[in-house]
Design a protein around this ligand. Structure first.
Ligand code: NAD
Ligand code: APR
Length: 226
Protein backbone atom coordinates (compact mmCIF):
# COMPACT_ATOMS: atom_id res chain seq x y z
CA UNK A 1 0.00 0.00 0.00
CA UNK A 2 1.29 3.45 -0.85
CA UNK A 3 -0.27 6.16 1.30
CA UNK A 4 -0.45 9.93 0.87
CA UNK A 5 -1.80 12.93 2.73
CA UNK A 6 -5.40 12.16 1.69
CA UNK A 7 -5.73 9.36 4.23
CA UNK A 8 -5.23 11.81 7.10
CA UNK A 9 -7.35 14.63 5.63
CA UNK A 10 -10.51 13.48 7.42
CA UNK A 11 -8.58 13.41 10.71
CA UNK A 12 -8.00 17.15 10.23
CA UNK A 13 -4.41 17.05 8.91
CA UNK A 14 -4.12 19.34 5.87
CA UNK A 15 -2.93 17.88 2.55
CA UNK A 16 -0.33 19.66 0.40
CA UNK A 17 -1.78 20.36 -3.03
CA UNK A 18 -5.54 20.48 -2.43
CA UNK A 19 -7.36 23.80 -1.97
CA UNK A 20 -6.34 25.10 1.46
CA UNK A 21 -3.38 22.67 1.46
CA UNK A 22 -0.03 23.40 3.07
CA UNK A 23 1.62 24.47 -0.20
CA UNK A 24 -1.01 27.17 -0.69
CA UNK A 25 0.12 28.96 2.49
CA UNK A 26 3.85 28.27 2.26
CA UNK A 27 6.47 28.34 -0.46
CA UNK A 28 7.70 24.77 -0.80
CA UNK A 29 11.30 25.85 -1.30
CA UNK A 30 11.17 27.91 1.91
CA UNK A 31 10.03 25.16 4.27
CA UNK A 32 10.76 21.86 2.50
CA UNK A 33 14.24 22.16 1.04
CA UNK A 34 17.79 22.09 2.45
CA UNK A 35 18.40 25.54 0.91
CA UNK A 36 15.38 27.00 2.69
CA UNK A 37 16.64 25.60 6.01
CA UNK A 38 20.06 27.15 5.43
CA UNK A 39 18.53 30.55 4.50
CA UNK A 40 16.07 30.79 7.37
CA UNK A 41 16.19 27.92 9.90
CA UNK A 42 13.81 29.61 12.36
CA UNK A 43 10.99 29.73 9.79
CA UNK A 44 11.49 26.05 8.96
CA UNK A 45 11.68 24.95 12.61
CA UNK A 46 8.55 26.99 13.42
CA UNK A 47 6.64 25.37 10.50
CA UNK A 48 7.42 21.81 11.69
CA UNK A 49 6.99 22.67 15.40
CA UNK A 50 3.45 23.81 14.55
CA UNK A 51 2.75 20.65 12.55
CA UNK A 52 4.14 18.44 15.36
CA UNK A 53 2.01 20.24 17.97
CA UNK A 54 -1.09 19.83 15.79
CA UNK A 55 -0.71 16.04 15.98
CA UNK A 56 -1.77 16.19 19.63
CA UNK A 57 -5.28 17.22 18.62
CA UNK A 58 -5.94 14.72 15.79
CA UNK A 59 -6.89 11.05 15.92
CA UNK A 60 -6.58 8.13 13.49
CA UNK A 61 -9.69 7.65 11.36
CA UNK A 62 -11.54 4.61 10.00
CA UNK A 63 -9.09 4.28 7.08
CA UNK A 64 -6.02 4.06 9.35
CA UNK A 65 -7.87 1.60 11.59
CA UNK A 66 -8.93 -0.62 8.68
CA UNK A 67 -5.30 -0.96 7.51
CA UNK A 68 -4.21 -1.87 11.05
CA UNK A 69 -6.97 -4.49 11.14
CA UNK A 70 -5.81 -5.91 7.80
CA UNK A 71 -2.28 -6.23 9.18
CA UNK A 72 -3.62 -8.01 12.26
CA UNK A 73 -5.35 -10.53 10.00
CA UNK A 74 -2.65 -10.86 7.35
CA UNK A 75 0.60 -10.01 9.15
CA UNK A 76 3.61 -9.56 6.92
CA UNK A 77 1.56 -9.87 3.72
CA UNK A 78 0.83 -6.15 4.07
CA UNK A 79 3.45 -3.40 3.94
CA UNK A 80 2.20 0.15 4.47
CA UNK A 81 4.51 2.67 2.80
CA UNK A 82 3.46 6.16 3.83
CA UNK A 83 4.62 9.52 2.54
CA UNK A 84 2.96 11.07 5.59
CA UNK A 85 4.99 12.40 8.49
CA UNK A 86 2.13 12.13 11.00
CA UNK A 87 1.90 9.18 13.41
CA UNK A 88 -1.71 8.18 12.78
CA UNK A 89 -0.89 4.74 11.30
CA UNK A 90 1.10 3.65 14.34
CA UNK A 91 -1.52 5.10 16.69
CA UNK A 92 -4.13 3.00 14.86
CA UNK A 93 -1.96 -0.11 15.36
CA UNK A 94 0.03 -0.56 12.10
CA UNK A 95 3.54 -1.92 12.69
CA UNK A 96 4.69 -3.10 9.27
CA UNK A 97 5.19 0.48 8.18
CA UNK A 98 7.77 2.59 6.33
CA UNK A 99 7.75 6.38 6.73
CA UNK A 100 9.55 7.13 3.47
CA UNK A 101 9.39 10.93 4.00
CA UNK A 102 10.32 10.72 7.70
CA UNK A 103 8.37 11.46 10.88
CA UNK A 104 7.40 14.57 12.83
CA UNK A 105 7.75 12.44 15.96
CA UNK A 106 11.53 12.18 15.44
CA UNK A 107 14.34 14.68 15.24
CA UNK A 108 17.56 14.17 13.31
CA UNK A 109 20.95 15.36 14.54
CA UNK A 110 22.99 16.85 11.72
CA UNK A 111 26.14 16.41 13.85
CA UNK A 112 25.93 12.67 14.72
CA UNK A 113 22.98 11.50 12.53
CA UNK A 114 21.04 10.11 15.53
CA UNK A 115 17.26 10.04 14.96
CA UNK A 116 15.77 10.27 18.47
CA UNK A 117 12.04 10.10 19.18
CA UNK A 118 10.96 13.72 19.64
CA UNK A 119 7.86 15.49 20.93
CA UNK A 120 9.08 18.97 21.96
CA UNK A 121 9.72 22.08 19.85
CA UNK A 122 13.02 22.40 17.99
CA UNK A 123 13.02 26.21 17.58
CA UNK A 124 14.89 26.79 20.86
CA UNK A 125 17.75 24.51 19.67
CA UNK A 126 17.66 21.75 22.31
CA UNK A 127 20.76 19.54 22.59
CA UNK A 128 20.93 16.16 20.87
CA UNK A 129 20.34 13.45 23.52
CA UNK A 130 23.14 11.37 21.97
CA UNK A 131 26.01 13.82 21.26
CA UNK A 132 24.90 17.03 23.01
CA UNK A 133 25.31 19.28 19.94
CA UNK A 134 22.49 21.76 19.29
CA UNK A 135 22.10 20.73 15.66
CA UNK A 136 18.71 19.02 15.57
CA UNK A 137 16.36 19.36 12.59
CA UNK A 138 12.99 17.73 11.90
CA UNK A 139 13.40 14.14 10.67
CA UNK A 140 11.45 14.97 7.53
CA UNK A 141 12.71 14.30 3.99
CA UNK A 142 12.85 17.53 1.99
CA UNK A 143 12.84 17.98 -1.78
CA UNK A 144 16.19 16.96 -3.20
CA UNK A 145 16.91 14.57 -0.29
CA UNK A 146 16.93 10.80 -0.30
CA UNK A 147 13.74 9.19 1.04
CA UNK A 148 14.00 6.45 3.70
CA UNK A 149 13.64 2.72 3.08
CA UNK A 150 13.92 2.74 -0.70
CA UNK A 151 15.49 -0.73 -0.97
CA UNK A 152 12.85 -2.35 1.21
CA UNK A 153 10.06 -0.51 -0.61
CA UNK A 154 11.27 -1.41 -4.09
CA UNK A 155 11.65 -5.09 -3.13
CA UNK A 156 8.05 -5.09 -1.87
CA UNK A 157 6.71 -3.26 -4.93
CA UNK A 158 8.21 -5.69 -7.45
CA UNK A 159 7.09 -8.73 -5.41
CA UNK A 160 3.50 -7.73 -4.52
CA UNK A 161 0.34 -9.26 -6.03
CA UNK A 162 -1.77 -6.18 -5.38
CA UNK A 163 -0.55 -2.57 -5.21
CA UNK A 164 -2.92 -0.07 -3.63
CA UNK A 165 -2.44 3.70 -3.70
CA UNK A 166 -4.45 5.74 -1.16
CA UNK A 167 -4.85 9.51 -0.99
CA UNK A 168 -1.83 10.63 -2.95
CA UNK A 169 -1.72 12.98 -5.95
CA UNK A 170 1.18 11.00 -7.46
CA UNK A 171 3.30 14.06 -8.16
CA UNK A 172 6.37 13.36 -6.06
CA UNK A 173 8.99 10.81 -7.09
CA UNK A 174 10.10 8.14 -6.33
CA UNK A 175 6.70 7.35 -4.71
CA UNK A 176 4.84 8.46 -7.84
CA UNK A 177 6.61 5.77 -9.90
CA UNK A 178 5.71 2.78 -7.73
CA UNK A 179 2.33 1.99 -9.31
CA UNK A 180 3.93 1.72 -12.75
CA UNK A 181 6.72 -0.43 -11.33
CA UNK A 182 4.25 -2.77 -9.65
CA UNK A 183 2.22 -3.02 -12.87
CA UNK A 184 5.37 -3.86 -14.84
CA UNK A 185 5.86 -6.77 -12.42
CA UNK A 186 2.27 -7.99 -13.02
CA UNK A 187 0.63 -6.69 -9.84
CA UNK A 188 -3.00 -5.64 -9.92
CA UNK A 189 -3.10 -1.90 -9.23
CA UNK A 190 -5.84 -0.17 -7.27
CA UNK A 191 -6.33 3.52 -6.52
CA UNK A 192 -8.49 4.78 -3.63
CA UNK A 193 -8.60 8.56 -3.80
CA UNK A 194 -10.99 11.49 -3.51
CA UNK A 195 -10.38 12.23 -7.17
CA UNK A 196 -8.46 10.25 -9.77
CA UNK A 197 -4.77 11.17 -9.76
CA UNK A 198 -4.67 10.37 -13.49
CA UNK A 199 -1.14 9.09 -13.29
CA UNK A 200 0.98 8.01 -16.24
CA UNK A 201 -0.17 4.40 -15.87
CA UNK A 202 -3.91 3.82 -15.47
CA UNK A 203 -4.86 1.77 -12.41
CA UNK A 204 -6.65 -1.55 -13.03
CA UNK A 205 -9.27 -0.42 -10.52
CA UNK A 206 -9.67 3.30 -9.70
CA UNK A 207 -12.26 4.21 -7.07
CA UNK A 208 -13.06 7.77 -6.10
CA UNK A 209 -14.38 8.86 -2.72
CA UNK A 210 -13.25 9.64 0.82
CA UNK A 211 -10.61 7.37 2.34
CA UNK A 212 -12.75 6.68 5.43
CA UNK A 213 -15.32 5.04 3.14
CA UNK A 214 -13.15 3.46 0.43
CA UNK A 215 -10.41 1.94 2.58
CA UNK A 216 -12.63 0.06 5.07
CA UNK A 217 -14.77 -1.18 2.15
CA UNK A 218 -11.69 -2.44 0.29
CA UNK A 219 -10.34 -4.15 3.42
CA UNK A 220 -13.71 -5.85 3.95
CA UNK A 221 -13.60 -7.09 0.34
CA UNK A 222 -10.09 -8.50 0.76
CA UNK A 223 -10.93 -10.23 4.04
CA UNK A 224 -14.17 -11.71 2.70
CA UNK A 225 -12.87 -12.97 -0.65
CA UNK A 226 -9.69 -14.73 0.39
P1 NAD B 1 11.88 14.05 -6.25
O1 NAD B 1 10.59 13.80 -5.60
O2 NAD B 1 11.98 13.84 -7.71
O3 NAD B 1 13.03 13.15 -5.59
C1 NAD B 1 13.25 13.15 -4.19
C2 NAD B 1 14.65 12.63 -3.90
O4 NAD B 1 14.69 11.22 -4.06
C3 NAD B 1 15.73 13.17 -4.82
O5 NAD B 1 16.82 13.57 -4.04
C4 NAD B 1 16.13 12.00 -5.69
O6 NAD B 1 17.49 11.98 -5.97
C5 NAD B 1 15.78 10.84 -4.83
N1 NAD B 1 15.40 9.67 -5.63
C6 NAD B 1 14.47 9.64 -6.59
N2 NAD B 1 14.37 8.39 -7.08
C7 NAD B 1 15.26 7.62 -6.40
C8 NAD B 1 15.61 6.24 -6.45
N3 NAD B 1 15.00 5.38 -7.28
N4 NAD B 1 16.57 5.79 -5.62
C9 NAD B 1 17.19 6.65 -4.78
N5 NAD B 1 16.87 7.96 -4.69
C10 NAD B 1 15.93 8.44 -5.47
O7 NAD B 1 12.25 15.54 -5.82
P2 NAD B 1 13.18 16.59 -6.52
O8 NAD B 1 14.09 15.93 -7.48
O9 NAD B 1 13.74 17.41 -5.47
O10 NAD B 1 12.10 17.48 -7.31
C11 NAD B 1 11.45 17.01 -8.46
C12 NAD B 1 10.63 18.11 -9.06
O11 NAD B 1 9.62 18.53 -8.17
C13 NAD B 1 11.47 19.33 -9.40
O12 NAD B 1 11.18 19.71 -10.73
C14 NAD B 1 11.02 20.39 -8.43
O13 NAD B 1 11.02 21.69 -8.96
C15 NAD B 1 9.62 19.94 -8.12
N6 NAD B 1 9.20 20.34 -6.80
C16 NAD B 1 7.87 20.38 -6.59
C17 NAD B 1 7.39 20.72 -5.37
C18 NAD B 1 5.92 20.76 -5.11
O14 NAD B 1 5.49 20.49 -4.02
N7 NAD B 1 5.07 21.06 -6.07
C19 NAD B 1 8.29 21.01 -4.34
C20 NAD B 1 9.65 20.95 -4.58
C21 NAD B 1 10.08 20.58 -5.82
N1 APR C 1 -9.91 10.76 1.05
C1 APR C 1 -9.13 10.30 0.04
N2 APR C 1 -8.31 11.07 -0.67
C2 APR C 1 -8.27 12.38 -0.36
C3 APR C 1 -9.06 12.94 0.68
C4 APR C 1 -9.92 12.06 1.39
N3 APR C 1 -10.71 12.48 2.40
N4 APR C 1 -8.80 14.27 0.72
C5 APR C 1 -7.89 14.54 -0.24
N5 APR C 1 -7.58 13.39 -0.92
C6 APR C 1 -6.63 13.20 -2.02
C7 APR C 1 -6.56 14.35 -3.01
O1 APR C 1 -7.54 14.19 -4.01
C8 APR C 1 -5.14 14.22 -3.54
O2 APR C 1 -5.08 13.34 -4.66
O3 APR C 1 -5.35 13.10 -1.45
C9 APR C 1 -4.38 13.56 -2.39
C10 APR C 1 -3.41 14.49 -1.65
O4 APR C 1 -2.37 14.88 -2.51
P1 APR C 1 -1.15 15.81 -2.02
O5 APR C 1 -1.67 16.95 -1.22
O6 APR C 1 -0.33 16.10 -3.22
O7 APR C 1 -0.35 14.88 -0.98
P2 APR C 1 0.70 13.70 -1.26
O8 APR C 1 0.43 13.01 -2.54
O9 APR C 1 0.75 12.87 -0.02
O10 APR C 1 2.06 14.50 -1.37
C11 APR C 1 3.25 13.78 -1.54
O11 APR C 1 4.56 15.77 -1.42
O12 APR C 1 5.08 17.83 -0.56
C12 APR C 1 5.39 16.51 -0.56
O13 APR C 1 6.57 15.40 1.11
C13 APR C 1 5.28 15.86 0.80
O14 APR C 1 4.73 13.55 1.32
C14 APR C 1 4.32 14.68 0.59
C15 APR C 1 4.42 14.46 -0.90
Amino acid sequence: MLIGAGISAESGVPTFRDAGGLWEGHAVDDVASPDGFERDPDTVLRFYDARRRALASVEPNAAHRALAQLETERGDDLLVVTQNVDDLHERAGSRNLVHMHGELARARCTACEARPAWSADLLDRPPCPVCGERMLRPDVVWFGEMPYGLDRIEQAVVACDVFVSVGTSGQVYPAAGYAALAAAFEARTVELNLESSEGLVPFDDARTGPATVLVPAWVDEVLSTS
